[in-house]
Each structure stands twice: as structure tokens, then as C-alpha cells.
Design a binder for this molecule. Structure first.
Ligand code: ADP
Ligand code: MG
Length: 346
């Protein structure tokens, strides 16, 4: 059985569910936000036949039958309306998190992606370092809270040749990638409040979106330089997106990157320079692909469904140790305690 951890309104998950059903397999979408209000967990140990279950929306999920898990967009746990005291709510959610993290470790399943690898791989500083070490070209980059370091970097790159961007834009605090302008120089001191990513501006003929699913690489060119905003392709996506072929050395390095980060799935952003060089910008371990699939016809949703079905059957990841623990960087799965609840240090 396949488990998909995401939210109900995740269109990507719906597409994958459709392809899984088409192949005659079953999958359950589990929204962790339903814990603890609308879902229960049962874990027995010490009995000869122990139960490992989640009771969810009138259904019993037998965790011992879960053969693959898609760590797609797991949601923070919800709040139980009966628990009105924030201290108790915090305690309850932390306990839910502890219990569920333990349950994940008991699964004999393949994960796309293994949660802690997924989280580690999303860290910009680390992914840039690893990308460079596997032979990809990355922009000259400075991440800093030091205004003097920022000024020195800009001095070297040049105003109008330096971009700045956040680690994570969100709906309530959206920040697109911007070219730094001369009139913004007097605002540089603000980096002391929050670190900023500065990079050399990569002149491009197009942006590239590369979606990797297991061994398959789907590369698409985004005609970003014909858009109304040329510095960040997400600002105007009313341009052609077409299948493209990567340089063989880029493709080889991407395979090494996936392996070094321990990922099965990833959506990567590149820019292709006028001289053809492909420059790595970032990897999104749970990145979107439908905007590419819709325009290029590349069968990415089907590839994800196939991967979940086939990996579960063949167990292609060698199980030297438990898949959730087999890395030097091992930590538990990322905590899904809501961000409004600070977790006590321990
Ligand atoms: N150094 C850069 N030079 C030119 N364009 C960039 C640069 N960095 C980012 N961009 C543009 O901004 C977009 C968003 O940046 P990206 O690094 O993918 O971060 P994120 O998508 O997480 O915000 C890229 O897809 C690209 O179009
Ligand atoms: Mg991006």
C-alpha cells in the first residue's frame, strides 16, 4: 500500500493518485493536519501480533502493509478544539509529533524522499556546496547578515549585476529575485536583521526546470527572457515551456547531486547562459511540476506514480540499514509542530 502525506487540496497528489489507480494500485492520502482532532494512532509493542494502525476518515490504515511513502507536502498537526490552553496544546502536539515520528521509523517502506534528507537538501547553503562538489557551475554567492561583507560583494560584482533573494518567499511575505539597484545601496544595513542571499546575476537565454524522478530526468526550457520580468521566471509564466536536452556533463552531475543529497525526487532550477553553459540555482526536493507537464506533455505525474509503485515492489534502495537512519546526517523526520508553537529546547 502507498501512503501520500500531503494536503487535500494538493493537485499534484491528485494527479499521482489518478495514475496509481490507473495501474490498479491503491494509495491513501493522509493529511497530518487531521491529527489529533480527526485521526487516531494505535501502536502496540510486546505482543506477538502487534497492531500498527492509523484510523483516519473511517478507514484503518495498516502501517505494516505500507510499502512506499511519498513525503510530498506533509502538513503541520492541527489543533484539538477541546484543548484551549496554549501550554497544553503545545504539549499535546509535541507528543503527537513524538509518537508519529516513532511510527515512521517502524515502517518497512521506501520513501520519496526520506524526510530528513528532503529537509537537509532544501537548505540553500548546503545544496550550493554539494552542487559545486559534483561539478555543477553555481553562481558566486554570499549569504550574510554583515552589511560590510554585503557591500564588498556588491562592489566586486557590480550594481545591476548582483541579485538578491530570500531563502523562502511565502504568500504573506513574497519576495521575488531582484537585481540590486544603485538606489538600494543605502538599505544594505538591513541585512543585519535577516540574512540575504546575494549572487552574481546569471545572464540567460532561458531558465531551465529539471525534474528528476528516480532515474528519469525531464528537462524543460522556460522562455523567461521574453517575459515581462526577466530576473525571475516565476513572475510572468506566460511564456513557452518546451522540452530541452541538457549537456551530458550537466546530466551526469545532476545524477551525482541526487545521489549525494540522497534524493529520489527533485525539481531543479538552472539558467542557460548565452554560451550554452548551464548554471545551477537550486533544488526543490518537493518542487512542483504540473506547470511543466501541462505545457511540455512530459509524463512526470506518471513517473512519480510508477516510482511509488515500482520502488515499493522491488525495494530498489539497498537496505543496509533502515532507510530513515542510513546517513551520517541522520536526524528524525522534520518536526511538524506548528510554527506558532516554539518547541522547548531539549
Ligand atoms: N543568480 C541568479 N541570476 C539570475 N537569475 C536568478 C539568480 N538566482 C535566481 N534567479 C531567478 O530567480 C528565480 C528564483 O530563484 P531560485 O534560486 O530558484 O530560488 P527560489 O525559487 O527558491 O526563490 C530563478 O528561477 C531564476 O529565474
Ligand atoms: Mg526556484
Amino acid at each position: 500500500m502507498i501512503l501520500i502525506l500531503s494536503s487535500d487540496d494538493d493537485v499534484h497528489a491528485q494527479h499521482v493518485l489518478h495514475h496509481i489507480a490507473e495501474r490498479g494500485h491503491s494509495a491513501t492520502l493522509l493529511n497530518l493536519a487531521d491529527f489529533p482532532k480527526d485521526a487516531h494512532l494505535i501502536f502496540e509493542a510486546g505482543q506477538s501480533k502487534s497492531r500498527r494502525q492509523m484510523q483516519y476518515r473511517g478507514q484503518t490504515i495498516d502501517l505494516s502493509k505500507v510499502s512506499s511513502v511519498w513525503w510530498r507536502r506533509p502538513q503541520p498537526y492541527g489543533m484539538h478544539p477541546d484543548v484551549t490552553d496554549p501550554v497544553l496544546d503545545h504539549f499535546a502536539i509535541r507528543e503527537v509529533d513524538e509518537a508519529i515520528q516513532g511510527l515512521w521509523l517502524t515502517l518497512d517502506a521506501e520513501w520519496i524522499n526520506v524526510p530528513h534528507r528532503d529537509e537537509n537538501a532544501s537548505r540553500k547553503a548546503w545544496q550550493l556546496d554539494v552542487a559545486r562538489s559534483v561539478g555543477l557551475t553555481v553562481p558566486r554567492t554570499l549569504i550574510t547578515t554583515d552589511p560590510d561583507a554585503a557591500r564588498a560583494f556588491i562592489d566586486y560584482e557590480g550594481v545591476d549585476r548582483t541579485i538578491y533573494k530570500p531563502f523562502q518567499g511565502s504568500e504573506d511575505a513574497w519576495r521575488e529575485t531582484r537585481l540590486l539597484k544603485a538606489e538600494e545601496l543605502d538599505k544594505i544595513d538591513a541585512v543585519k536583521y535577516a540574512p540575504v542571499i546575494f549572487q552574481e546575476y546569471i545572464e540567460a537565454t532561458c531558465d531551465l526546470r529539471v525534474t528528476v524522478v528516480g532515474d528519469q530526468i525531464f528537462a524543460a526550457a522556460i522562455d523567461s527572457q521574453k517575459a515581462s520580468y526577466r530576473v525571475d521566471f516565476r513572475m510572468d509564466m506566460n511564456v513557452a515551456i518546451t522540452p530541452t536536452t541538457l549537456a551530458p556533463e550537466t546530466e551526469a552531475s545532476i545524477r551525482k547531486l541526487m545521489s549525494a543529497l540522497g534524493l529520489t525526487y527533485g525539481a531543479l532550477d538552472f539558467r542557460r547562459r548565452p554560451n550554452g553553459e548551464e548554471v545551477f540555482l537550486e533544488i526543490n526536493p518537493a518542487g512542483q511540476w504540473l506547470f511543466v507537464e501541462d505545457q511540455t506533455g512530459q509524463p512526470i505525474s506518471k513517473a512519480v506514480a510508477d516510482c511509488l509503485i515500482d520502488r515499493a515492489r522491488t525495494g530498489t534502495i539497498p537496505k543496509r540499514t533502515h532507510p530513515l537512519m542510513d546517513t551520517v546526517l541522520a536526524t528524525n523526520a522534520p518536526s511538524l509542530v506548528r510554527s506558532d508553537q516554539t518547541v522547548a529546547a531539549r
